[in-house]
Design a protein around this ligand. Structure first.
Ligand code: ZN
Length: 300
């Protein structure tokens, strides 16, 4: 069994050209809950000027069903974002620390070391407020500015986050350059220095290695995978980054391997259709086109 964190409302929508209104976002989240998702990255508490698509984070959090047994996650980049997340009542925060100074400068106008320190501080604050915390190491597999990323650097950030008491460590292939051997090396390397935290991985399918990486992560013993319905998404600060791996394509693979994801494929496919209409473009996922085994394709 591997858990799936649905990230379409956050990572998916933040880089789409079409902005969904709050009602459409709540509809997406409601459908995701119906599909069986139990952890949803719903919003990002970043400055609205930087990411206009997330400007209604508070309104989204105020509108989600809090009695559905779902944990709602808010992405946080700094202390102000943490305060907003706490006031909005998120169940979890996801704190981002880029593994390279090049990305840290472009994304957060800072350095890896300074952002790791900030993450340690935010983890401590989250614990004091009873909020579950994830530290995500961004560009853990390679950086559009600094190129190759040393494994030791990623492991060092994970180690520091674990020592600070992070509940979960995530490794993110923010720009979709990773390959399966890297996944194995990183998961095992982090597990060695940080045996306590839950492990999670985040893949983009920019170079068609996303699903191979997800499979490698499952084999290496990862606990949770991020994905977005339709495979929508990107990163406003990462040049040419494309969508996350698609939830329905991932679930198809996991279900047929009998790993079980707890998600309902038909509801996911319907939701990909909803997104396709709302965004006015066919999303990159393939299952809605091909259909499940033995079914007729929904859209030929
Ligand atoms: Zn991402």
């Amino acid at each position: 069994m591997v858990g799936i964190v649905e990230v379409s409302p956050r990572d998916g929508l933040q880089n789409e050209k079409v902005l969904l209104d709050t009602g459409q976002k709540l509809e997406l989240i409601r459908r995701t809950v119906d599909a069986g998702a139990r952890r949803i990255e719903a919003v990002s508490f970043v400055h609205p000027r930087l990411v206009p698509a997330m400007a209604d984070a508070e309104a989204v959090m105020a509108g989600v069903n809090r009695n559905a047994g779902v944990r709602y996650i808010g992405l946080v980049l700094n202390g102000r974002g943490f305060e907003r997340a706490r006031e909005a009542g998120v169940d979890e925060i996801n704190i981002v620390v880029p593994a390279t100074d090049g990305f840290a400068k472009a994304n957060q106008n800072s350095t890896t070391d300074a952002l790791t320190e900030l993450a340690e501080d935010l983890v401590t604050q989250a614990r004091a407020h009873g909020i579950y915390s994830t530290v995500t190491v961004a560009v853990a597999f390679g950086c559009p500015f600094d190129g190759e990323v040393a494994t030791e650097r990623v492991i060092e950030i994970a180690h520091r986050a674990a020592r600070a008491g992070a509940d979960e460590i995530a490794i993110a292939d923010t720009v979709g350059v990773g390959v399966p051997t890297q996944v194995r090396t990183l998961v095992h390397g982090i597990r060695d220095v940080a045996p306590e935290p839950v492990l999670r991985a985040h893949f983009h399918n920019t170079r068609n290695t996303g699903y191979a990486n997800a499979f490698a992560a499952v084999g290496a013993g990862i606990d949770w995978l991020d994905s977005s319905i339709g495979g929508i998404g990107g990163c406003p600060f990462a040049p040419a980054a494309t969508g996350n791996i698609a939830t329905e394509d991932l679930v198809y693979m996991l279900d047929r391997m009998r790993y079980g994801s707890g998600l309902d494929l038909d509801t996911l496919i319907d939701t990909a259709g909803f997104l396709s209409e709302a965004l006015g473009a066919r999303p990159p996922s393939l299952l809605p086109r091909a259909g499940t085994l033995g079914s007729r394709p929904a859209t030929p």
